[in-house]
Design a protein around this ligand. Sequence first.
Ligand code: AHM
Ligand code: MG
Length: 339
Amino acid sequence: MHNHRTTITQFIIEEQRHIPGATGDFTSLLNDVVTACKVISNLVNHGALVGVLGAAGTENVQGEDQKKLDVISNEVFLKTNEWAGHLAAMASEEMEEVYQIPSQYPRGKYLMTFDPLDGSSNIDVNVSVGTIFSILRCKGNCVNPTAEDFLQRGTEQVCAGYALYGPSTMMVLTTGRGVNGFTLDQNIGEFVLTHPNMTIPADTKEFAINASNMRFWETPVKRYVDECLAGKEGPRGKDFNMRWIASMVAEVHRILTRGGVFMYPLDSKMKEKGTEGKLRLMYEANPMAFIVEQAGGAAITGQHRILDIQPSHLHQRVPVILGSKNEVELIAKYHQEMQ
Ligand code: AHM
Ligand code: MG
């Protein structure tokens, strides 16, 4: 007998049935997001064969060098999502201004923020990269939304997700009713539910941080990592393992799969430069925090829960510490003790 598998389309339609008054708009929007991720996955897979690797020769709003694939993925995301009438506007890590829906298309009731290709500094060395997105309701001006309309707390997100372009392409989603993971079946061109109800173990023996910044860390982070490194003989009484992929999507995916802690904390070098973190609140921290919390984990800046932050600007950066709940709570305690 044929073994029925749930496709992402079926899953989203069934999810929508739980939303009172839902019209099908949201299902349709998510289908377009899925299509965009499939297109990007295909480009990433073919890499040098289709000439998409290497530098674009431009900088984004953050002053970071853009890769060709950053620019192409951004374009794919915009074009795939602009026409259907579900969105009022989009905002991308790669674009300074809010992207208005072209005038020939109808406007919808949702806003979307995205990082089209996170971890793209890894792309030329063929390490996993991903796309991160977050969907908000448009509450104010839905004709020509401004940056202000996007500045909603992470708790307001309707949906968040990421696509991971790794050995297999996966899509992981939450609409606030748990976290589910889908794997792209290349033979049928559909994402299939393979990881229902993903949960993060509360304890872990694994942490992820860029240790080259160690001399700039603040005391609580230094204390936490030192105690992990002290292993069995130290205050934690167990040996820890360390990982750093430099690709947040791959890092969060590992944590969703087997637990762990990911940290990109505030440090003295950032403070000197006048920035408040490395990762971006609207494109990276909020969607990942929503997913991690929905999977039973926690996500903080050190001092605060990420999802509670009232954003002050579109490209705001924040420190990020997320993953297994008990570990994140311990790091939060170390921060409180410092105050
Ligand atoms: P990006 O959006 O420009 O790719 O930057 C975000 C990435 C994250 O995926 C990753 O965790 C971090 O930057 C790695 O930073 P570093 O190179 O300092 O280790
Ligand atoms: Mg990014």
